[in-house]
Write a protein that binds this ligand. Structure first.
Ligand SMILES: [Mg+2]
Ligand SMILES: [Zn+2]
Length: 161
């Protein structure tokens, strides 16, 4: 018997955590611009007992625009900046595929990455939320019973508590 006890806030990356500006594919550290308004709200989520998990499509890897290693380096930087501000991200899951090349079930609007996170961290989907700026974020969330919050690109994060 497994107890799905934790509650989580799932976050899309580009357009939620960072402002992608006109770069559709963000992989350089100098192109990664945090949306400054997220930090306070993310700390509030943590204080309210949520764990934070990022779920991101990174189809630029399949398109050979950048490598997995670039994404990992960027995420190390992102985590470092988060930690300086008292924010701990439990995991960052990303899909490196793109439908032009590979069929997969991890790219949003599919939900494999959410399912992985739910299983690994014993997350109760009914107590959890997904914040994304794209309909496919919300579609992925709803497939696993997680409530989606659709925000505008770089908009302030919702007050969930
Ligand atoms: Mg996005
Ligand atoms: Zn995938």
């Amino acid at each position: 018997m497994k107890f799905y006890s934790k509650k989580a806030i799932f976050l899309d990356r580009d357009g939620v955590i960072n402002d992608p500006k006109n770069n559709y594919y963000v992989w350089k550290i100098e192109d990664f611009i945090f949306n400054e308004h997220i930090f306070k709200t993310l700390r509030e989520y943590i204080q309210a007992g949520y764990i934070l998990i990022i779920i991101s499509n990174q189809g630029g890897i399949a398109k050979n625009i950048y490598k997995k290693l670039d994404t990992e380096k960027l995420h190390n930087y992102m985590n470092y900046e988060f930690r300086k501000r008292g924010i701990f991200i439990s995991e960052i899951y990303y899909c490196p595929h793109h439908q032009e090349f590979t069929k997969c079930i991890c790219r949003k609007p599919d939900s494999l990455l959410l399912e992985k996170a739910i299983a690994r961290f014993n997350i109760n989907p009914e107590k959890s939320f997904f914040i994304g700026d794209s309909k496919r974020d919300i579609m992925a969330a709803e497939k696993v019973g997680v409530k989606g919050f659709l925000i505008k690109k770089n908009e302030k994060l919702p007050k969930i508590i």
